[in-house]
Structure formats: structure tokens, C-alpha cells
Design a protein around this ligand. Structure first.
Ligand SMILES: *Cc1c(COP(=O)(O)O)cnc(C)c1O
Length: 602
């Protein structure tokens, strides 16, 4: 099947549509489920009938369509708006399923894309998608729970008294704290110990006006920065050549590493590519998107580590870097860094180890005798690493460290502007001005915990994880993803997202994952001592789930379920952009501005 010209495209559509409708007629007469897929298929077919009503369809088929309209309308009434959008997204899912049965199986990606956009261009579909999208925005707006009782959309004419500001902020903060104050949020707040938090706040307050961009004015910040980098490098078994930089977080650390490789290998290729596990953090995709680099994702093997043979095959003359995680975000798995190191050396390319999440856990777990493979600068092929101080380093949010195995590579990260009228200008990382207060707070955190502080917390975190892992394995129907060696445990079961919703009712905030559908808990210091409670809550939720004779239509589960199964990822992207629109637009302004990303795309 090929869409060469406009005319041919239309012709093919008409024939395909004809076939779909007839095939679908037979399909609906033989099945009677009312799943979301069936619903979306119904909607899709109805649009097609609408659009191509000049088609000469057999009478029985037309009659069946009337029944479908009625059934679908009744069904739609009982649905939440969010589910509906997911279902609308599912329209294209269903269309592919049907088209697949009609094509010869050789269904190329770009044809799929063309087909999706053709479906979305059917006026009725377009209209429906638009309607559902605005419904979703409305629902999202409510779900953010933002207090808008005393808004400032313009500057107050006269400044507000400090005492009044602080009283108001105190109230708002207490409301937030009800969300994370309990010990049941996965990741997110990593320590939350009052004394430690007070230290961070005091350190920040002492240096809140400082800016590392002006080292002459703030010599102390340079001490905190260089020493923090050195302490982290030492934890990663950095050899004498290892150097680094401080960034605003894991994403920036990864971004700067990828940028460094691009410039370091500029003579080798002007079409740089990186080859990474599919489980690597999305920050790599983001970096490549911004930097104009091709990213090649490699699937994982049975052990959920990156498939080494596939990775080897994907390396070509344009490859500048490969990467692995220790541990990866989705499943807490450590890739086979030792083999990746050998491959990097063979090809003379970079190897980045993303230890954003695991950097402050696995070195201590290793020391405590846990089964942790070598993952750091002890391996000769490891040329850069990212380690988040603002996660298990217990620093305030806004710091991370990126390390390089050789100074020349770090120099490729820098930016210099020798000819700017504003003065000669240079900066190591993305920002210009930076918050020196956060650097100070990071240094304070590392020094306050010390080696033994981190180690003893990791000991308790690992014990809690062991309890969770053992407990989950004993629950019938639960499968653990891979063989997690550290503090992230991913698991799944039938209708996992519904289990996740039940866990939410019990106060747990777990991370929903896809491909495969699953959830994870990232055990932090806040969970110490909560292992048994967690296992019991999963056990109880499992019981509840099994006793249900119908799955709920509200909650997040129908959304996750549909969103993860829709093959039209562009449409999901549009809905995600809607999410961001809603997130960062003042509530007051929401209905006035409605830049539509999908319209711009088409
Ligand atoms: C958190 C995380 C990142 C990104 O870090 P941010 O601080 O959120 O920017 C990268 N990789 C892994 C494995 C992570 O867990």
C-alpha cells in the first residue's frame, strides 16, 4: 500500500474505508464487548460512515450502524471526560488494528503516520478531538487544586506586609505538606528530616544573593562548588583525571554531557548519533532534541538490561556516545556497564553512565556487601557520569554533578563568547547566573551526612527494599520486573493501573510505567520502616481488585491503560502539550488563550 499522490491517496482511502466498514460489521456481529477499544472503534467507524456516506454499503451494514450509534451514545454518557479523550486517541489505535488485518502485514511507519493524520483530518474527528481536548484541560485545571482565593495577576499597587505574605505562604505550604508529609510518596522527597532541612535552609539563607558567575565577588561559593564536585568524583572512584561541573539537576547534567560529546567529536561527524537503552532517562531524548543529535534506542533483553548485541549492531561511524544506567529510572536495573565499557573502548567513543538516581545509593550498597556490579570510573571506558545531589544526596532541589573522565572532554562542554560587547563571556554550563545558595546548601548536605551518614541511610533503605521485594514476591499475581539490585522495585499484575489507583486511595503515590505496563516504588529514607505496611497495602489492594466484578471508569487507570496502548504517539504528544499549557497558564487566562499545538503541526 502506497500513498503517492493526493488523488491516489483519496482513492485508496475510499477503498480501505469501504472494506473496514464491512469487516467491522462482521466483527461487531460476532463480539459484544464494551471495552474502550470497542468504543473507540465505534466512534471511528461512525465518522467514516459520516464522511464517506456516498459509499454503497449493503443495507444490513447501514442498519447495524444505527444500532452502533445508539449503543455508543449510551456508553459515552457514563464516561469521564479524561477517559473520553483517551478513547478519542484510541480511535486511531482501533483504525490501525483494522487496517492491519486488511494490509499484507508490511505496514511501514510513515504510512501509519500518514494514515493517522488522514484520520485526524476527517472534519468530524477533528471536531471531536478539539472538544475532548478542551474537556480534558478543564478536568486537569481542577485536578491541580491550586488555591486561587487571593490571586495576584498584576502587581499589587502597594507592597504587601512581610508578616501577611509569610502567614499566607505558611498556610499554602501546610496544604502541600499533607501530600508528601506522610511516608508514602515514591521518590520525590528523599529525606525530609526536619534538622537536615533546617541546615539546608540556613545554608541557603546565608548565600541567597550569591552567584557563581561572579567568583571574584563570592569566593566562598567556588569552595563549595569545587569541593562538592570533588567529593562526588571520589565516591564514583574517580581517577586523578576525573573532573566535573555542577548543574541544576540530572537533566542538565545529561544535557551538558551530550553537548560535550557532540563538540568533542565534531571533526569525526557532522551527523552525530548516540545509542542508548530504551530505558535510559528521557533527558537524553530531550538533549538530542535540543542539540540536533540522532538518538537510537535499544530494547532490553530478558533481564531488562540493554540488549548488548542489538546495541553493538546500532553503532556506526556517526556514533559519538553510548550510555547505560546505574540504576535506570523505570525498573531500577543496572545495565551491563562493564561490557558497555569494552564496547566504548573498541570503537573509541564515549560512554556515559547515568547514576542520577543510583549515585548516592549503590556505592554504599556495594560497601555493605550487596551484589552491585562495577559501574563507575574503575571501568576504563566510562568517560562521563551524572550524579544527582538533589536526590539521594539529600540536598535542596536544584543541584547535580556531571563528571568527565578527561579534562579535554569537559572543555567541550564550555561556552565562550570572546567578542560580546557586554564583555568577554564564558560559562561552564547552560545558565548564566546561578543560585550560589543552592551550591552552598548542597555542600552543607554532603558534609553533614558524611560517609557514615549516607551509608547508614542506604543500609536502612536497602533493608526496607528487601522487605518490599520479598513481600511482593509472595503475593499471588504480582510479578517483579527483572532482578532489582538497589532501591527501585518495579512490578506488575493484571490491571496494574487499577491496582495503582487502589494504592493511591491508601495514600501511596507510585510511578506508573509503560512498555510494559507496570508501576514502581523508589524507596527513599522517608520509607524506612514502612516496608511491611507497603506490602500489606498491596496485598489488600490485590484482594479488592480481584473482588471487583467491574473495573472502575474513573481514576487514572483508564487513562494510563489507553494512553499506553495508542499507537498514534503524535496525538498523545498533543495531549501532553495540553497538559503543560494548562499547568503553566494562570487559571484566569486559561479560556482566553488556546494555542493549539495540533493545528500548528498540520
Ligand atoms: C531523576 C533522573 C534523571 C533526571 O534528573 P532531574 O533531576 O529530574 O532533571 C536522570 N536519570 C535518572 C536515572 C533519574 O532518576
Amino acid at each position: 500500500m502506497k500513498f503517492d499522490t493526493q488523488k491516489q491517496q483519496h482513492h485508496h482511502h475510499t477503498t480501505i474505508v469501504h472494506q473496514i466498514i464491512i469487516v467491522y460489521y462482521f466483527y461487531t456481529t460476532t463480539t459484544s464487548t464494551t471495552s474502550t477499544t470497542t468504543l473507540s472503534t465505534n466512534i471511528f467507524i461512525l465518522y467514516l460512515v459520516n464522511k464517506y456516506n456516498q459509499l454503497s454499503l449493503p443495507f444490513v451494514v447501514k442498519d447495524r450502524m444505527k444500532d452502533l450509534i445508539e449503543a455508543t451514545n449510551t456508553y459515552l454518557e457514563s464516561y469521564q471526560p479524561l477517559t473520553l479523550v483517551a478513547a478519542t486517541a484510541g480511535i486511531t489505535a482501533a483504525s490501525v488494528a483494522l487496517i492491519k488485518t486488511l494490509s499484507d502485514g508490511d505496514f511501514q511507519k510513515n504510512i501509519q503516520k500518514k494514515f493517522f493524520s488522514a484520520v485526524k483530518n476527517v472534519p468530524a474527528v477533528k471536531q471531536e478531538i478539539k472538544k475532548q481536548r478542551s474537556k480534558v484541560k478543564e478536568t486537569l485545571k481542577k485536578s491541580f487544586n491550586t488555591d486561587t482565593t487571593n490571586p495576584h495577576y498584576v502587581l499589587p499597587e502597594n507592597g504587601v506586609a512581610h508578616s501577611q505574605i509569610l502567614a499566607e505562604m505558611q498556610k499554602l505550604m501546610e496544604k502541600d505538606e499533607t501530600k508528601w508529609g506522610t511516608s508514602k510518596v515514591s521518590g520525590c522527597v528523599y529525606l525530609g528530616e526536619t534538622e537536615h532541612t533546617e541546615l539546608l535552609n540556613k545554608a541557603y539563607a546565608l548565600f541567597s544573593l550569591s552567584n557563581p558567575l561572579h567568583p571574584g565577588v563570592f569566593p566562598s561559593i567556588r569552595k563549595f562548588e569545587t569541593e562538592s564536585i570533588a567529593m562526588v568524583a571520589n565516591m564514583m572512584n574517580g581517577h586523578p583525571k576525573v573532573v566535573g561541573a555542577m548543574t541544576s539537576g540530572g537533566t542538565e547534567s545529561i544535557f551538558m554531557a551530550v553537548k560535550a560529546y557532540r563538540d568533542f567529536y565534531a571533526d569525526k561527524t557532522s551527523h552525530p548519533e548516540i545509542v542508548v537503552p530504551v530505558t535510559i532517562h528521557a533527558a537524553f531524548d530531550k538533549a538530542c532534541g535540543y542539540l540536533g543529535i540522532k538518538i537510537v534506542h535499544i530494547p532490553f533483553g530478558d533481564d531488562y538490561k540493554v540488549d548488548i548485541a542489538a546495541l553493538r549492531k546500532a553503532i556506526n561511524k556517526n556514533t559519538i556516545m553510548i550510555a547505560g544506567s546505574a540504576v535506570n529510572f523505570p525498573h531500577g536495573i543496572i545495565d551491563d556497564i562493564e561490557t558497555l565499557s569494552k564496547i566504548a573502548l573498541e570503537h573509541d567513543i564515549g560512554l556515559h553512565v547515568d547514576a542520577c538516581l543510583g549515585g548516592f545509593v549503590i556505592p554504599f550498597a556495594e560497601e555493605l556487601g550487596y551484589d552491585i556490579p562495577v559501574f563507575d570510573f574503575r571501568l576504563q571506558g566510562v568517560t562521563s557520569m551524572s550524579v544527582d545531589t538533589h536526590k539521594f544526596g539529600y540536598a535542596a532541589k536544584g543541584t547535580s554533578v556531571v563528571l568527565f573522565g578527561k579534562p579535554k572532554l569537559r572543555r567541550s562542554m564550555y561556552f565562550t563568547a570572546p567578542n560580546w560587547p557586554g564583555g568577554i563571556y564564558a560559562s561552564p554550563t547552560m545558565p548564566g547566573s546561578r543560585p550560589g545558595g543552592l551550591v552552598a546548601a548542597c555542600w552543607a548536605s554532603l558534609v553533614a551526612q558524611g560517609h557514615q551518614g549516607f551509608k547508614s541511610k542506604v543500609e536502612s533503605i536497602m533493608q526496607t527494599t528487601k522487605i518490599i521485594l520479598k513481600g511482593l514476591k509472595e503475593i499471588e499475581g504480582i510479578q517483579i520486573i527483572g532482578d532489582p539490585k538497589a532501591m527501585v522495585v518495579a512490578f506488575t499484575c493484571e490491571n496494574i493501573f487499577f491496582l495503582n489507583d487502589l494504592m493511591s486511595h491508601k495514600g501511596w503515590h507510585l510511578n506508573a510505567l509503560q512498555k510494559p505496563d507496570s508501576v514502581h516504588i523508589c524507596v527513599t529514607a522517608k520509607h524506612i520502616g514502612m516496608g511491611e505496611t507497603f506490602v500489606q497495602d498491596v496485598r489488600d489492594s490485590m484482594k479488592e481488585l480481584k473482588s471487583m466484578d467491574k473495573l472502575p471508569t474513573d481514576g487514572m487507570a483508564p487513562i494510563y491503560g489507553t494512553a499506553s496502548s495508542v499507537p498514534d504517539r503524535d496525538l498523545i504528544g498533543v495531549i501532553l502539550s495540553d497538559f503543560i499549557d494548562t499547568l503553566i497558564t494562570p487559571d484566569q487566562q486559561q479560556n482566553k488563550s488556546s494555542a493549539s499545538p495540533s493545528e500548528k503541526q498540520q
